[in-house]
Design a protein around this ligand. Structure first.
Ligand code: ATR
Length: 277
């Protein structure tokens, strides 16, 4: 059997096995199986050894190990290096390589959201857009990486301001705001914090009077997809704003990871999308 894993802590909530096992069946990889495993930090070294020894073929890494796994790897792809975040492991020519597929997963989601901007390949999808990012945790650097590449102006706010300032050292297009403050103009608000993972948990920032003139065009985007609608998104929807959860980004990162392991670019069709409902 070819074994694949997602590792994290907690891991019970992970939907990755559902998606990858579906694709493995669909593309007739009947000798492959994808499982979840709860691990502790002290187990990371051994997970990498299991890949080295061909006991595991590929691994997805999730919270809180995306950065902690890095010292055990032989090589990183360029995005993983810049973001210091790894979510996919695979052995290539006897080297254990760490990849970041969250970043291209989010970039693709943005390009699909703003297709008009893609008329020219040279066009940056988010040029001229003001984007307010909440949080500075493990996944935030991947989001910022895309936003900067796509030409956005970024406002960043995190409860622990120091972590936002650390990110600013690596990405020039950031203005750091105190937690609770909002930029005066904004096209998209993105929640990258973990607030909302537990039902009814709420971000204590009031957006109710936010940007009245552009109310309808303002997009509230939450990386969380389970629950499907966080309080952050629900309130925005009730105010008449556009909303989107993290489902497509999750599926896109899974698609790129599957491609790294199998060379197959799996299809994100209605059947896969429905698996997460
Ligand atoms: P880590 O910070 O260890 O990378 P994470 O789950 O990747 O963990 O990130 C959690 C994010 O949600 C952080 O931005 C965190 O803010 P702090 O850096 O101040 O901890 C944010 N977060 C979690 N709970 C929060 C809360 N109750 N209020 C504000 N921000 C919160």
């Amino acid at each position: 059997m070819k074994k694949y894993l997602v590792i994290g802590n907690p891991i019970e909530h992970s939907q990755s096995p559902l998606i990858h096992n579906h694709w493995m069946k669909k593309y007739c990889l009947f000798d492959s199986i994808y499982e979840k495993r709860k691990v502790e930090e002290r187990n990371l070294k051994n997970i990498v050894k299991e890949i080295r020894d061909n006991e595991i073929v590929g691994v997805n890494v999730t919270v809180p190990f995306k950065k902690l796994i890095i010292p055990f790897l032989d090589k990183l792809d360029s995005t993983a290096k810049k973001t210091e975040s790894v979510n996919t492991l695979f052995k290539v020519k006897n080297k254990i390589v760490g990849y970041n597929t969250d970043e291209p997963g989010f970039a693709l989601t943005m390009r699909e959201l703003f297709p008009d901007a893609n008329n020219s390949l040279m066009q940056k999808t988010l040029r001229g857009k003001n984007i307010f990012v909440l949080g500075a945790g493990g996944v935030t650097s991947s989001i910022i990486h895309t936003l900067e590449n796509e030409g956005a102006k970024i406002f960043l706010s995190n409860r622990t301001k120091k972590k936002a300032e650390e990110l600013k050292k690596k990405y020039t297009e950031i203005k750091v705001l105190d937690w609770g403050k909002r930029p005066s103009i904004c096209d998209i608000v993105i929640n990258t914090t973990s607030i909302g993972l537990t039902k009814d948990e709420e971000i204590k920032i009031d957006f109710s009077d936010y940007d009245k003139n552009f109310h309808k065009n303002l997009l509230f985007y939450d990386l969380i997809y389970n629950p499907k609608e966080t309080v952050f998104l629900k309130k925005a929807r009730l105010r008449g704003n556009k909303t989107m959860n993290g489902k497509m980004m999750f599926l896109n990162q899974a698609k790129y990871a599957f491609n790294i392991w199998t060379n197959i670019m799996p299809e994100i069709d209605d059947e896969v999308i429905k698996l997460l409902d």
